[in-house]
Design a binder for this molecule. Structure first.
Ligand code: PMP
Length: 429
């Protein structure tokens, strides 16, 4: 594969954009080499500026669950754009998507739309603090809830990839209100709640972690978390930016049958346009301005194009009763295939998977929290990544990310990928 034009475009971008990118992981700093510039995408494939075709396992980091340039979504956006692109006034489509989201997700009465997952989580925390009258929150090491100050404490995703889980620029004052716990460690949570009695506004969690690779909750962990939150007057916030409308219609709440107090969304809910949302029961959501005292706003929130894309996407997911089963089957097929070829090629690995979220860790021991996620063989990951790109398969350019499977993938694509992984594993030292 040739990357002449991508290299040229990257060099030009570096002159006017810090690091040449608008989000750090895209820069390939972790894996090395030149970032690939995309020209277009359709279904399961990316087409880059050098006319290479890549099977896409990232899918814009989650949103494109039905594949790229999915026609009902594209058509909805195009038709809406002809009517004007932003008004800063209420539109009917906002109520339509809100009604649909509320009908699909358990335990929520009202939802507010914002422009990103970061905004959703940031606003959810403010709401939790306003509602409980408490300042402190607990987050889990290795979980990523966007780049707002309260969450850049032992954060996952690009923050780990670049070795700065605690970013400069976050004040001590902010950091002291974010307490850290180990994922899947309920004893740790008990201790923190005990040591900070009546002070914890919320515990925020990725119900399936996806930002230190994919890490499922251990059996009973989410249930215990729910019980402890209830007992301590602490709100349980599910950050379903990755899991929402992906693991099931009702996300992780439905899959694990756990009631969260506030739920955050992003990615799939916007069908590939910039959308986030947070939702809860009436009692909590009515605390939000203009009904209540907790302020939150946005010039482009509920933007008609974004709402049109989101509504088209959720409508498809709501009508297609087999979609989540198909995604599960395709991802399970991929998992079995990868396990087989890595085993045959004597590579140490652990695969974690929940539904259509999957990651391959180059370490033979169980990966269940931030510390164990860091034990993987980084060099091997980098070689694996570049080997796959040469084969025409694109996975995230970091070992700390989850792969997102799209329904647009055919079994031929999956076989192609498994065969590519087989060839690449033979080259790994
Ligand atoms: N929460 C989770 C679980 C995420 O994975 C992400 C982004 N990957 C975010 C929040 C932040 O979303 P955004 O990038 O849209 O701000």
């Amino acid at each position: 594969m040739i990357y002449q034009r991508s290299s040229q475009l990257f060099a030009e971008a570096e002159k006017v954009i810090p690091g040449g990118v608008n989000s750090p992981v895209r820069a390939f700093k972790y894996v090395g080499g030149t970032p690939i510039f995309v020209k277009s995408a359709k279904g399961a494939y990316l087409f880059d500026e050098d006319s290479n075709r890549l099977i896409d396992y990232i899918n814009s980091w989650g949103p494109m669950i039905l594949g790229h340039a999915y026609e009902p979504v594209v058509n909805a956006v195009v038709e809406k754009a002809k009517l004007g692109t932003s008004f800063g006034m209420p539109t009917e489509i906002e109520t339509k998507i809100a009604e649909l989201a509320v009908s699909m997700v358990p335990n929520i009465d009202k939802i507010r739309f914002v422009n990103s997952g970061t905004e959703a989580c940031m606003s959810a925390i403010r709401l939790a603090r306003g509602f409980t009258g408490r300042d402190k929150i607990i987050k889990f090491a290795g979980c990523y809830h966007g780049h707002s100050d309260s969450f850049l404490i032992q954060a996952g995703s690009g923050a780990i990839t670049f070795g700065s889980p605690n970013s400069p620029g976050v004040t001590q004052g902010t950091a002291k209100d974010t307490l850290l716990a180990n994922y899947n460690d309920i004893q740790n949570i008990k201790e923190l709640l005990e040591a900070n009695k009546n002070e914890i506004a919320a515990i925020i969690i990725e119900p399936v972690a996806g930002n230190m690779g994919c890490i499922p909750p251990k059996e009973g962990f989410l249930e215990s978390l729910r019980e402890l939150c209830t007992a301590n007057g602490t709100l349980l916030i599910f950050d379903e930016v990755m899991t929402g409308f992906r693991l099931a219609k009702g996300g992780a709440q439905e899959l694990y049958n756990i009631k969260a107090d506030i739920v955050c969304f992003g990615k799939v809910i916007g069908g590939g346009l910039p959308v986030g949302a947070f939702a809860a029961r009436n009692e909590i959501m009515n605390y939000l301005a203009p009904l209540g005292p907790v302020y939150q706003a946005g010039t482009l929130s509920g933007n008609p194009l974004a709402m049109a894309a989101g509504l088209a996407m959720l409508t498809e997911l709501n009508h297609d009763t087999e979609i989540f089963k198909r995604l599960e089957q395709k991802t399970a097929y991929l998992e079995v295939g990868i396990r087989k070829v890595l085993t045959l090629n004597n590579i140490d690995f652990t695969i974690n998977r929940v539904g259509s979220m999957i990651s391959v860790h180059f370490d033979k021991d169980e990966v269940y929290d931030f510390n164990t996620s860091k034990n993987g063989d980084n060099q091997r990951f980098k070689d694996f990544f570049h080997g796959l790109v040469k084969e025409g398969v694109y996975i995230a350019p970091s070992a700390y990310e989850t792969w997102f499977i799209t329904d647009a993938l055919t079994y031929e694509d999956l076989d192609f990928t498994i065969e590519a992984i087989d060839r690449v594993s033979k080259t790994l030292s």
